[in-house]
Design a protein around this ligand. Structure first.
Ligand code: C5P
Length: 221
């Protein structure tokens, strides 16, 4: 049996930074499932399909094959063999991922891939439904959250560091809208699994959250 750590939570809670650090400390693989949904979203955006049309999206995704590759411990996401890791980190793709991840045909394809990976490796996997749906028997489940205000401020800081213009209130509205869609969709909504440990990072540093998760992981190893 491999050790699987599931980290779920809303957009901007710091999941990927923290999951990557925890994986590195433990020598485990880090799997970013959001990147997989983003890769499918990029495929759909390129195809020009109407994202609100479930039948059309379901047909299109039959031609979409997502896979992962690791180089020096870094995850790369491949879309029909093309490395799209650098193309999926935009708001447009993130919003399209949120809009298309509501469909069973999209989720089933990725859930299968995620379970296959987890059966072969010790890993830390982050997403929205890992503890509830993908890996209900994960060794450790974390639900990482922070207030919408804190998450908006963190995102704004990233924009500032990149020299990009931003509107803090708009960022917070976008975050709340995405949370609402992710939490209220019919299939695999974002939710805390019953046996997940909830960590609110609003008043915590990244180091403190990583430390807390490593302590919890120690107890399971
Ligand atoms: O985490 P990230 O912002 O990259 O995820 C993009 C979108 O993909 C999320 O807003 C969510 O709708 C979807 N997603 C999901 N299930 C996951 C991971 C991401 O539905 N396990």
């Amino acid at each position: 049996m491999y050790m699987n750590i599931a980290i779920d939570g809303p957009a901007g809670a710091g999941k990927s930074t923290i999951a990557r650090r925890v994986a590195k400390e433990l020598g485990y693989l880090y799997v970013d499932t959001g990147a997989m949904y983003r890769a499918i979203a990029l495929f759909l955006l390129r195809s020009g399909v109407d994202l609100s049309d479930e039948d059309a999206v379901s047909k299109q995704v039959k031609d979409c094959h997502v896979s992962l590759r690791y180089r020096e411990g870094q995850q790369e996401v491949l879309l029909n063999g093309e490395d799209v890791s650098g193309l999926i980190r935009t708001e447009e793709v993130g919003n399209a991922a949120s809009a298309s991840s509501i469909y069973p045909k999209v989720r089933d394809q990725l859930t299968c891939l995620q379970r296959e990976l987890a059966a072969q490796e010790n890993l830390v996997m982050d997403g929205r439904d890992i503890g509830t749906t993908v890996l209900p028997h994960a060794s450790l489940k974390i639900y990482l959250t922070a207030s919408a205000k804190t998450r908006a401020l963190r995102r704004a800081k990233e924009y500032e560091a990149q020299g990009k213009a931003f509107d803090l209130e708009q960022i917070q509205r976008d975050i709340e809208e995405r949370d609402d869609r992710d939490m209220h969709r019919k299939i695999s909504p974002l939710a805390q699994a019953k046996d997940a440990v909830r960590i609110d990072s609003s008043q915590m540093s990244i180091d403190q959250v990583v430390e807390r998760i490593l302590q919890l992981a120690e107890e399971e190893i």
